[in-house]
Design a protein around this ligand. Structure first.
Ligand SMILES: Cc1cc2nc3c(=O)[nH]c(=O)nc-3n(C[C@H](O)[C@H](O)[C@H](O)COP(=O)(O)OP(=O)(O)OC[C@H]3O[C@@H](n4cnc5c(N)ncnc54)[C@H](O)[C@@H]3O)c2cc1C
Length: 307
């Protein structure tokens, strides 16, 4: 082990950085500093980094593209692993199978599948997350969701044990839920089983139409985390919020989007606390008006249950 600047070299080419601001790694553009931070670019590096953290007996957090994460502006203890550099992609046009690493982007996957004439992920074009985050969150849009097309995933236990595979049928998938939200496992890769033999022009057109629809109906120009609340089906969280006249309502720099009631946007100087308080204000107002307690879809990091 060797110290270089403010980072630690734990083996050749494997760097762990100290006190890295996580606001650059979330789409809300807020968040404190990670005590230790690593962005492994392959599985070997990842395994070495995890064993290093286990030797130091420190907690490990995983983040993907940070597009569904509210990180508090405190020091995030232990090691934060960002998977965005875990790249790898294998596509079989004939049988529709795609093997893909955790850090690949979902819009990229959607585009590549459509170009190859594989139907299934045209809805995924506007979701700015990673493959890992999409499987953990069972991300979905416009009637589609990850669970529908995922065949299996490979995971690495954060306690350093050996990697193993989980079939989609064992993922306990439901609306924006999976067992990975409750287990100390890092998703390293996924297999998708798409429908081969479709006209790639038609799939590209549908993908573009889906993206245009989203750009026209959602606030893509300001930092956000997409929908903040799960829809209390059959109701829509955005509609309940909008009907209360809350669009444009602000706490500090956090604003309920004027375009979509279920988005909270960072107007420039929002703090994690602004966003958290705004979430609580919305919950209170919606509950008072409709008797419905909205459940956040976003995940939090660095908050106490009492915060
Ligand atoms: C503009 C915008 C639009 C959006 N639209 C949608 C939408 O239509 N539908 C939708 O479902 N979501 C949407 N989202 C939310 C978000 O993009 C998805 O939830 C996405 O799947 C999160 O992926 P991520 O890589 O950013 O995960 P992160 O936000 O980094 O992490 C989310 C959770 O997954 C865990 N995690 C991430 N990667 C791994 C891994 N490899 N192994 C283990 N755990 C991991 C994290 O610990 C965290 O608990 C939107 C977000 C934005 C900003």
């Amino acid at each position: 082990m060797d110290f270089k600047d403010d980072s630690l070299i734990i083996a050749q080419g494997i760097k762990i950085q100290k006190l890295i601001s996580l606001s650059n790694f979330t789409t809300w553009r807020v968040g404190g500093r990670a005590e230790w931070f690593a962005e492994p670019s392959n599985q070997e590096e990842l395994k070495k980094i995890i064993s290093w953290a286990n030797l130091q007996k420190m907690p490990i957090q995983t983040i993907g593209a940070g597009s569904n994460l509210l990180i508090n502006d405190i020091k995030i203890e232990g090691l934060t692993i960002c998977t965005k550099k875990l790249h790898g992609f294998k596509l079989d046009k004939t049988d529709g199978l795609i093997e893909i690493s955790a850090g690949e982007s979902i819009p990229n996957l959607s585009r590549r599948a459509a170009r190859a004439g594989l139907h299934g992920l045209e809805w995924a074009i506007g979701i700015p997350g990673t493959v890992g985050g999409a499987a953990v969150m069972n991300a979905g849009a416009q009637g589609g969701c990850t669970a529908e097309w995922l065949e299996s995933i490979k995971v690495l236990p954060l306690n350093g044990k050996t990697e193993f595979e989980i079939q989609s049928s064992d993922m306990n998938f439901s609306y924006r839920q999976s067992r990975l939200q409750h287990e100390e496992l890092l998703l390293i890769s996924a297999k998708f089983n798409l429908e081969p033999g479709h006209d790639h022009n038609k799939l590209n057109d549908l993908t573009n139409a889906n993206l245009n629809h989203r750009i026209n109906s959602q606030p893509y120009q300001l930092p956000s985390c997409g929908s903040v609340f799960r829809n209390p089906e059959p109701l829509k969280a955005g509609k309940l919020i909008e009907d209360l006249g809350l669009k444009g309502f602000r706490i500090g720099g956090a604003e309920i989007s004027k375009i979509h009631g279920n988005f909270i946007v960072n107007t420039g100087n929002a703090t994690p606390k602004d966003i958290k308080i705004l979430i609580e204000v919305i919950q209170k107002k919606v509950q008072q008006a409709y008797g419905v307690l909205l459940q956040p879809e976003i995940k939090k990091l660095g908050f106490q249950s009492t915060d």
